[in-house]
Design a protein around this ligand. Structure first.
Ligand SMILES: [Zn+2]
Length: 76
């Protein structure tokens, strides 16, 4: 697994998969999208779906479902 990655449970994939931290641009967009100031503990699921794209489901280090419903990278 690349540096900085962490294996965490993903509610979309329903299992433990590699997650990466958000980059600066993604954190800025997420802050606006969900109205939270602190998003530095958010991780994104990098598991590749059958159709090729990464899963993109977001979670925090401690909470596998911190938002109202699953939030995905392109959605916020
Ligand atoms: Zn996932």
């Amino acid at each position: 697994m690349p540096n900085g990655m962490r294996t965490l449970y993903c509610i979309t994939c329903k299992g433990d998969h590699p997650h990466r931290p958000l980059d600066a641009d993604e954190r800025t967009r997420l802050r606006k999208g969900i109205g939270r100031k602190y998003v530095d503990d958010v991780w994104v699921c990098e598991r590749h779906r059958g159709d090729g794209g990464p899963c993109g489901t977001l979670r925090t280090g401690l909470n596998k479902n911190p938002f109202d419903g699953p939030k995905k990278l392109p959605d916020y």
